[in-house]
Design a protein around this ligand. Structure first.
Ligand SMILES: [Zn+2]
Length: 196
């Protein structure tokens, strides 16, 4: 994680509103968000004069991806945002997964440090992640795997996680059900990405 570049980005591009609520602020540009788009961020490096309007959560998310977006044009970036949404809902929320030590439930270990302390995704890929898109990186992170794993290793990992997070093993717990769904999606995605 490169906090310095984040901060530079923030001070250059974030336009913090004077008032906490601006009735004229447009709706957040993030797919299917109805937050107030109080914060502005440039549409791409090639298009620094046109802005997206985001709510606070989404300007932060966008900001985190800024380095990943390097070399992409505006259309690519918007496609990426939409694509993220399709796999995203209802709750592709890393905060749910990163649980306090000793808490009940199925928090992920995050052995490789993909997450910030508050459970948000760091979004600064290591070199061996560079070939993977955002969605694939998230899948690796969720399964606690590094690129370079074999298909057999992926399957073995999936088996372990299924056992742990399956709703039946958690008395039909709603969160477990959600985690299970997301793990399955991540597994399906990576199965098609990992080539032997
Ligand atoms: Zn938003």
């Amino acid at each position: 994680m490169n906090f310095k570049s984040d901060l530079r980005f923030n001070s250059r591009f974030w336009e913090v509103p004077d008032a906490p609520y601006d009735p004229d602020a447009p709706v957040c540009d993030w797919p299917n968000c109805d937050g107030v788009g109080e914060f502005k961020a440039p549409k791409s490096r090639e298009n620094l004069r046109e802005y997206h309007h985001f709510c606070l959560d989404h300007v932060r998310e966008y900001n985190k991806r800024w380095n990943y977006y390097e070399g992409m044009d505006t259309a690519d970036i918007e496609r990426d945002m939409r694509k993220d949404y399709t796999w995203d809902r209802p709750s592709w929320n890393f905060g749910t997964f990163k649980q306090a030590p000793g808490s009940k439930g199925g928090g992920f270990k995050d052995d490789f440090g993909f997450f910030n302390q508050d459970g948000t995704f760091k979004g600064e890929p290591e070199d061996d992640m560079a070939q993977f898109d955002w969605e694939e990186r998230k899948a690796f992170a969720l399964l606690d795997l590094k690129p370079g794993v074999t298909l057999d290793e992926l399957k073995a990992r999936y088996k372990v996680l299924v056992k742990k997070h399956h709703p039946d093993a958690n008395n039909g717990d709603k969160d477990a059900e959600e985690r299970f769904k997301i793990i399955s999606q991540a597994y399906t995605l990576l199965k098609n990405v990992i080539v032997e």
